[in-house]
Design a protein around this ligand. Structure first.
Ligand code: PLP
Length: 243
C-alpha cells in the first residue's frame, strides 16, 4: 500500500475533493471552472503515482528537479503514458538548461535573465519553442527564489523577451510566504495580479495570460485573487517524505 492510499483514501477520492474545492472557490469568485487549471505536483512521488493520476483524468503535472523527472520520464514511457504534460516548477541551475528544455513541456520558474538566455539557446538548439513563466519573488524570505519585481535585471529581461524567440512567454508565477497568515498570502497573490496588469500594459508584446499561484494550503485564496493555475501536491498525493 502506498502513502497515497492511507485510510482507504484513493487518488480518485482526493482528486474529487480537490475538484470540489476548486469549483467552490470559482463559484465564490464568480469565475468559471475552466478559467483555472489544476497542476498535480508529483515531486518525490513515483512514476506510478503519475500514471494513476493520468488514469483519473489529470493531464498537467509539476516536478521540481531535472534529474528526478529524467528518471520518471523513462518510467512513464515504459508504462506507455504519453499524455502527461509536465512542467518544471523548481529552481533550475544554468548547467541543466539543456536537459530541462528537452524533457519538460514548460519551465514555470524562470528566475533570472541568465537562465532565460540559457533556455533560449537550449530550446533553439532543439528546434523547439519552450513555454515559460517568470517566477516573481514577492516575499523577503531568504529561501525564496525569483525575480524582484522592481529590479534592473527584471526590466532588462522583460525588454529582451520578445527577442528570445525560442521561449514562449505565458505569464507569472509565485509562491506565497510561509508566514503572514491568510492576509499575507492574499496580499502576495493580489500583488502578483496587479504586477501582471501593470506589465501587460507596459509590455504589450508579451503574453501575461497565466498567473500560476496557489498550493494545497492556499489555492482557494489564489483562485479568488485571479489564479489561472493552482499547483497542488499534498492534497492529491499525500504527504511527501522529507528529503
Ligand atoms: C511542492 C510545490 C507545490 C505543491 O505544494 P503542496 O503544498 O504540496 O500542494 C507547489 N508549488 C511549488 C513551487 C512547489 O515546489
Amino acid at each position: 500500500m502506498r502513502n497515497s492510499e492511507v485510510a482507504g483514501e484513493t487518488f480518485s477520492n482526493r482528486l474529487a475533493q480537490v475538484e470540489e474545492s476548486i469549483a467552490a472557490a470559482c463559484r465564490h469568485a464568480g469565475r468559471t471552472r475552466e478559467s483555472v487549471q489544476l497542476m498535480a505536483v508529483s515531486k518525490t512521488h513515483p512514476a506510478d503515482a503519475i500514471a494513476e493520476a493520468v488514469a483519473a483524468g489529470v493531464t498537467l503535472f509539476g516536478e521540481n528537479r531535472v534529474q528526478e523527472f529524467q528518471q520518471k520520464a523513462q518510467e512513464l514511457e515504459q508504462l506507455g503514458i504519453q499524455n502527461a504534460e509536465v512542467h518544471l516548477i523548481g529552481h533550475l541551475q544554468s548547467n541543466k538548461t539543456g536537459k530541462a528544455a528537452e524533457i519538460f513541456a514548460g519551465v514555470d520558474t524562470v528566475d533570472s535573465l541568465r537562465l532565460a538566455e540559457r533556455l533560449q539557446d537550449a530550446a533553439a538548439r532543439l528546434g523547439k519553442t519552450l513555454p515559460v513563466l517568470l517566477e516573481i519573488k514577492l516575499s523577503e524570505e531568504e529561501a525564496k527564489t525569483g525575480l524582484s519585481p522592481e529590479s534592473e535585471e527584471t526590466r532588462t529581461l522583460l525588454e529582451r523577451l520578445p527577442e528570445l524567440t525560442a521561449l514562449k512567454m505565458r505569464g507569472l508565477m509565485t509562491v506565497a510566504p510561509l508566514t503572514g497568515g491568510e492576509t499575507g498570502t492574499r496580499d502576495c497573490f493580489r500583488r502578483l495580479r496587479k504586477l501582471r496588469d501593470a506589465w501587460s500594459a507596459a509590455y504589450p508584446r508579451l503574453n501575461f495570460e497565466e498567473l500560476s499561484m496557489g498550493m494545497s494550503g492556499d489555492f482557494a485564496i489564489a483562485i479568488e485573487e485571479g489564479s489561472t493555475c493552482v499547483r497542488i501536491g499534498t492534497a492529491l498525493f499525500g504527504k511527501r517524505e522529507m528529503r
